[in-house]
Design a protein around this ligand. Sequence first.
Ligand code: FEO
Length: 403
Amino acid sequence: MYCVRNVTEDLYWVGANDHRLHLFENIHPIPRGVSYNAYLLLDEKTVLFDTVDWSVCRQLLENVEYLLGERSLDYLVINHMEPDHGASIEEILLRWPQVKIISTEKAFLFMHQFGFQVDGHELIEVKEGDSFSFGKHNVTFVAAPMVHWPEAMVTFDTTNGVLFSADAFGSFGALDGKLFADEVNFDRDWIDDARRYLTNIVGKYGPHIQLLLKKAGGILDQIKYICPLHGPVWRKDLGYFIDKYDKWSRYEPEEKGVLIAYASMYGNTEAAAQALAAKLCEKGVTNVWVYDVSNTHVSYLVSESFRLSHIVLASVTYNLGIYPVMHDYLMHLKGLNLQNRTFALIENGSWAPKSGDLMQKFIEDEMKNMTVLGDRLSVASALHPDKASELESLANSIVESMQ
Ligand code: FEO
């Protein structure tokens, strides 16, 4: 059975939702599922914008067949060749062999690399600034390299103001019928998954997102709809989401607040983390979030690190090093290029506490534009009242740095 929604006039969402996949890219948990968005334009020519993951290909085909009726598919625009969007290209070609594919040079290279049989079909290579007419609708292609792969482009329909934004402005979470961001309480129910998607998937490429935002800035008054490849379509309050993207890609925190990430083997480092959290709240800083790195998937830690201004790392010493899960979290922050945060440290070690020095070295040597506060709480096995003044100083130091 088809499952489509009208976006505007002659444009339709023909994608699909997936609640069965547990790990996006086989790494990030998606407990609320994910949508793979594709769009069909019924102009004088018929145009499919992107395809979907192989797992939901059948739904895409039913949707497109239903809307086309007796018509044929004339064009397939591929904005992004990652297989969660490009995997169904061959199925489209099998059903509509005369379809012409429009994409970038690099995307055609990737189609060949992935083994898609596109040779023999008409391939139309486009580059930055090229335009194309499908009848009433004229589109312009805009290069978006590294948002999120090098071949990516976005397509702007100058007739109806629809921006097909590829991975940009996407989100984890299945749509479950609600196509538009204004049909949900986005700020309450979606923003965390949107941030987790962007920061973990494209976080490394902040400068490239900035470049795309700059290009979009020039035509902002003309953009009426943002149609991403995952998550809701935007037709109202576009500035809200654009502002979030601007902050995330500049590595600026959304909020003044403290993330306390602890690595604890027997609960003693956790107790120190909780004592600091209570102390901060007592001092009036209540935007405090405590996470056990061993029991929190790193994608959530990354997302919270992008949200908040301050990060406290509390780690046991393990094999004379940083606790492995904490180290993994730091490696993700480095890999995703997070910057402009203030760190504070709590270390624990029963005979040779090393984690504090090692975490400080990692932050200072491996990351960019970070501040590590001078006060550090050093715990030998467990936190005792003799450390009350050290705890107080650490809390004061964090509060002061937030002024
Ligand atoms: Fe959803 Fe970069 O693909």
